[in-house]
Write a protein that binds this ligand. Structure first.
Ligand code: ADP
Ligand code: MG
Length: 249
């Protein structure tokens, strides 16, 4: 589904991503692991299109998207989550979902207001879609609460629902469970497995190796901007240089 070839991303001489090639198979959860500073988040941003690549090519579903901006990639079904920006803390949970979809159309607020009749019709469908997601994620009762009042774990769920509003085919998640209460970690695990079961493809950075083992079909290991190994978690555990570089403990 996704083929990234020889991706480089430099920051003023700093080789954050230094020639990474990966393939993401459809319908699978691919994990991306590695020590802090390995370049995982930078790589995810390059794939999402929120950071331009210094060199390399990205092909999504057979289409070269290397030069496409993030919103065009999202329209093709390649979507990443974002931390909830603070300005959305004072919107309700439901509004947060609606705004995410609205942004994706590339509409300015002005444009949205100008085309109000069209927009209202459209919004009705979006509200339905948002409520279905809230129900699925056990958040219906929170729809009118301000997002800013949610727990860390609930904010993570909002991020994921916001991404799902864009109806992705490939979802990019960067540490979706970090700083989340164990009970919600468990929930997020089930939701992700459920989404995969429905055919969603996921590429995720995750720190916690037991979670990676449970969730990911294939795992790619990065260190110092490079891929140092890939395969199933159990096959990686047998490779000494990977264990030495990263899997110690
Ligand atoms: P990871 O997500 O694996 O922890 P990152 O992709 O965040 O790693 O960072 C990789 C390296 O790139 C780090 O050394 C980091 O300091 C550097 N880096 C990341 N973003 C920037 C930036 N915007 N400007 C300069 N250096 C950056
Ligand atoms: Mg990171």
């Amino acid at each position: 589904m996704l083929v990234a070839t020889d991706i480089h991303r430099h920051f003023e001489g700093m080789h954050a991503v230094d020639g990474v090639s990966i393939e993401v198979a459809p319908g699978k959860i691919t994990g991306l692991i590695g020590p802090n500073g390995a370049g995982k988040s930078t790589f995810m941003a390059v794939i999402a299109g929120t950071l331009p690549t210094s060199s390399g090519t990205i092909v999504f579903d057979g289409k070269d998207i290397t030069r496409l901006p993030a919103y065009r990639r999202a329209r093709l079904g390649l979507v990443r989550t974002f931390q909830l920006p603070s300005e959305f803390a004072r919107l309700t949970v439901l509004e947060n979902l609606l705004v995410a979809a609205q942004h994706n159309r590339g509409d300015s607020l002005f444009g949205a207001l100008m085309g109000k009749r069209y927009w209202i019709e459209d919004e009705r469908k979006l509200v339905q879609q948002a409520r279905a997601l809230l129900k699925r994620f056990g958040m219906s009762a929170k729809e009118s609460d301000y997002a800013g009042t949610m727990s860390g774990g609930q904010k993570r769920l909002i991020e994921i629902m916001r991404a799902l509003m864009l109806q992705p085919r490939l979802l990019l998640l960067d540490e979706p469970m970090s700083g989340v209460h164990p009970k919600i970690v468990q929930e997020i695990q089930y939701y992700l497995q459920d989404l995969r079961h429905e055919g969603l493809t996921i590429l995720m950075v995750e720190h916690e190796l037991h979670m990676v083992e449970r969730l990911c079909d294939t795992v790619v290991v990065m260190a110092q901007g490079k891929v140092i190994g890939s395969g199933t978690m159990s096959s990686l555990r047998k490779q000494q240089e990977i264990v030495d570089a990263y899997l110690v403990g």
